[in-house]
Unconditional design. Structure first.
Lengths: 283, 275, 305
């Protein structure tokens, strides 16, 4: 049985110029212990669809789906209180800006323990012990001392490790990582990706990687969904996607990678795409 | 070949002010970097955040003065701390920034943004400014209909084209590109890189290309300099550096860069199966 | 991300000029605030009344009707239909005085805001742009002005300059001006490090050009909001000074002065005090509502750009 299953998800936003469709009927599913990458450029709706699953969209958003179930439970039918029990415990999420995702007013330890208190109901001693264990798990040196640090005293990479520690604190069945390494340097990106893959394998989590970086996809994913302007363009396992992309859009994206440059100039997406880019000549 | 820009042992120190409880200290952002770029060539400066590459970019663009060392533009020594900056020198070096959303004045129309360098530096009459701006818009792949619009009406890639157009209005010989494509989507990135290559061919432009993205650097650069904590740990032609990196940091950087080719995916999947 | 795409689609679908589009967007946000729209309507009416005072007012403001002193409003017992809001102690029609008084109040508000805004902007831009000792000097002086209770300081200034409407306006402008200076300075400091300012510098712009042409237009939104709020503040303080006998001098039909000269009749003829008070209240409330609406309309714009 699929861990998360979404059928025909649409999300629209009310804007000053009328409704704007960010996600237009997307089907998605992820199996337990699977790494699914959702790839797309800005405006593809890749983050919005996952935020809709988490129930984190602003009130101006309208979410509709034929089916949205997690572990057999229908998320749409749950009342908000029951849904909150799942969100943050069985499904958790990490974001692009690690430093902005942590509350600057509280210590790292307090924030991790807060998660444990709310979802696991542990007592004080247990919480402290578990927090130290988690920080050790995500590879932060001197975890006991680090618990008393404030976010601004840590680097971006370390903050992202703390975010990961908080996300896996309740042993979630599914972790959604929204551009987890985009704000980080390459060497730090490598460490964080390695950490995520290690944790995913050890804990048997499902992992959804939202990214625009083809390199990250190639290094992490089992299966890939390619999105463009709120529509799913292609779904394939990672090897066949890179070896033999089916949709024109995927082919164009891969060709636009400077790594794959063959001639003097790079082929661009609008050269190869079935429809012209939005407002005429340029992107 | 003529050398357009040359730096000799350039250093830049920042004095971080001593507060009531802290003594003042000095941060060495750039620790003695030398380089030279020939006309029509591209030097890429690679490094991670805090390595001093943006500080160096500001020095080359004649925004900040170096603390020590000499900078030559078109063979002439420039020292803005001592002699100030002549209009002629100002025209020779221009810059394009990373963030296409912050680098255009939101209250100026595109036409005014492009015309501004001419207003300030030349006596060109308004009608000719307009013509030149229109021509430049066309060069960077936009149209005359964009002349009267405001920046917020454009996408990131279009704004970066406008920023490039503005930088070229004064016919500079050197263009400093500070992460010009890192904020852009992959497909747009390819278009902007192509545009930069086209413009380089047409105007014989010299580029100093600051980036953290090795795949972009490998595509666009002639020479590569790798910076690490303010020092140039590796400097050589692109092929040398990529084929045979000398410094351990360069090797780490290469190893960390994710690879999007079929062979490495196969290798990874095989490893995963074995584990 | 979604913002950006939304922007793209609107840019593509609405081809009208950028000015109209900007105004349409402004109005969209402004009109969501019902109070602000009511405030705008009231304020517009007030401005029209002030402009056409001689046509609207039933009598001259200084005309004394000796045979009807302290007449109550028309709907009360003993009221006369020719004096809708009654008359004061020397037989002047209160409605006419209020209508002509609106001219003074709006004039005071306008002049004070123009003085305070222009001097505040100059000082704030200088402080925010140059920092260092210029900043320290200007901002410490502003802090000293802010440290006084504003009405007290205005009183002291008027005492030095001599009572009168113009001096009162100067004093109020001086008291309100530090708010503009602080606000401008903060906005300039935030904008100064944006890349478009560095770009202007690389284009060779002089300090003056960067301050006035590049940076300042991007700081106007918070200043507009502050200016509306100060407008009502100025009216209020001018009325207070008038009430204390330090502002406009009788027989000027300024609302605060009217209040002051009606003090002794507060029990016998409450309408003499009530209506000027209500006029001040309604005007200030309307302008503050407008200010709120402007904040709603202009601030999200700031965040998005």
């Amino acid at each position: 049985m699929a861990l998360l299953e979404i059928k025909n998800l649409t999300v629209s936003f009310d804007t000053s110029s009328g409704p704007f469709m960010a996600v237009k009927g997307i089907d998605l599913s992820i199996e337990p212990r699977e790494v699914l990458a959702i790839v797309g450029e800005s405006g593809s709706g890749k983050s919005v669809s996952m935020l809709a699953v988490m129930g984190l969209l602003p009130p101006s958003a309208t979410v509709k789906a034929d089916r949205m179930s997690f572990n057999g439970k229908d998320l749409l039918a749950l009342d908000p209180a029951e849904r909150r029990k799942i969100i943050g415990k069985d499904i958790s999420m990490i974001f692009q800006e690690p430093i902005a995702s942590l509350n600057p007013c509280f210590t790292v330890g307090y924030q991790i323990e807060e998660v444990l208190r709310v979802h696991m109901g542990m007592d004080k001693v247990q919480r402290r012990a578990r927090a130290v264990e988690l920080l050790t798990l995500v590879g932060i040196p001197e975890p006991t001392e680090r618990l008393n640090s404030f976010p601004h005293q840590m680097s971006g990479g370390q903050c992202q490790r703390v975010m990961i520690a908080m996300a896996i604190a309740c042993n979630p069945k599914l972790l959604i990582a929204d551009e987890p390494t985009t704000a980080l340097d390459v060497t730090i990106q490598k460490q964080i990706l390695d950490l995520l893959m290690k944790l995913q394998a050890e804990h048997g989590m499902g992992l959804i990687m939202i990214t625009h970086n083809m390199g990250v996809v190639a290094e992490t994913a089992d299966r890939v969904v390619v999105q463009y302007k709120g529509t799913k363009m292609e779904e394939a396992d990672v090897l066949s996607l890179f070896e033999n992309p089916k949709s024109n859009y995927t082919r164009a994206l891969l060709a636009a990678l400077p790594d794959n440059a063959t001639g003097d100039r790079l082929p661009t997406v609008s050269d190869m795409l079935f429809e012209p880019a939005v407002s005429g000549a340029a992107s | 070949m003529t050398v357009v820009v040359e730096g000799k042992n350039i250093k830049r120190d920042y004095h971080v002010g001593g507060g009531m409880f802290r003594p003042a200290r000095t941060v060495h952002a750039v620790k003695g970097v030398s380089f030279s770029v020939e006309k029509g060539k591209t030097l890429a400066i690679v490094g991670e955040s805090g390595c001093g590459k943006s500080t160096l970019a500001r020095i080359i663009t004649l925004i900040d003065a170096p603390s020590a060392g000499e900078l030559f533009i078109d063979g002439k020594k420039v020292d803005i701390a001592k002699d100030g900056l002549s209009k002629e020198m100002r025209r020779k070096v221009q810059i394009v920034f990373q963030n296409p959303y912050g680098s255009l004045n939101p209250r100026q129309k595109i036409g005014d943004i492009l015309g501004e360098p001419l207003v300030i530096n030349t006596d060109v009459p308004a009608s000719e400014r307009r013509d030149r701006a229109m021509a430049m818009l066309k060069k960077v792949g936009l149209g005359p209909e964009h002349y009267n619009r405001y920046p917020h009406m454009f996408s990131g890639g279009q704004r970066q084209r406008i920023a490039i157009a503005r930088a070229l209005m004064l016919n500079p010989s050197l263009l400093v590109l500070d992460e010009p494509v890192s904020a852009l989507d992959l497909s747009v990135q390819a278009q902007v890189l192509n545009l930069l290559a086209d413009l380089q061919d047409e105007f014989q432009l010299t580029y100093v290309f600051i980036s953290h993205d090795l795949s972009v650097v490998r595509y666009i650069a002639d020479d590569v300099m790798v910076m690490y904590f303010g020092e140039a740990v590796e400097y050589g032609s692109r092929d040398e550096v990529f084929a045979n990196p000398q410094h351990s940091y360069t090797k780490t950087l290469f190893a960390a860069t994710p690879r999007a080719d079929v062979d490495s995916i196969k290798a990874r999947l095989a490893r995963k199966k074995a584990a | 991300m979604t913002d950006q795409t939304a922007g793209e689609t609107t840019a593509a679908t609405v081809p009208s000029g950028p000015k109209q589009r900007a105004f349409a967007e402004f109005w969209h946000y402004y009109s969501m605030n019902t109070g602000a729209v009511i405030g705008l309507v009231v304020f517009t009416l007030l401005v029209l009344v002030a402009l056409f005072a001689p046509l609207v007012a039933p009598h001259l403001p200084d005309e004394q009707f000796r045979d009807s002193l302290l007449t109550p409003p028309a709907w009360q017992e003993g009221g006369k239909s020719m004096f809708i809001l009654g008359t004061d102690a020397v037989g002047r029609d209160i409605l006419s005085r209020l209508i002509f008084g609106a001219r003074y109040s709006l004039f005071i508000g306008l002049i004070v805001v123009v003085f305070a805004l222009s001097s505040g902007i100059v000082l704030g831009v200088l402080a925010g742009y140059f920092r260092g000792w210029v900043d320290a000097l200007i901002m410490r002086v502003m802090d000293i002005i802010l440290a006084f209770p504003s009405l007290l300081l205005a009183l002291v200034l008027v005492a030095i300059l001599g009572p009168g409407l113009f001096n009162a306006m100067l004093a109020i402008a001086l008291v309100l001006q530090p708010h503009f200076a602080r606000l401008t300075r903060a906005a300039v400091m935030a904008e100064k490090n944006r890349e478009y300012v560095v770009s202007a510098k690389v284009a060779g712009a002089s300090h003056l050009r960067m301050m006035l042409v590049t940076i300042l237009p991007n700081c106007v939104a918070p200043l507009i909001v502050q200016a509306t709020m100060s407008f009502s503040n100025a009216i209020l303080e001018a009325a207070a000074l008038g009430f204390l006998g330090m502002g406009a001098q009788p027989p000027t039909p300024e609302w605060g002065t009217m209040l002051a000269s009606a003090r002794e009749f507060i029990l016998r003829a409450p309408w003499v005090v009530t209506f000027p008070g209500l006029a001040i209240l309604i005007t200030v409330l309307a302008i503050n509502l407008i200010g709120d609406g402007l904040r709603d309309a202009l601030d999200p714009k700031l965040k998005r750009s």
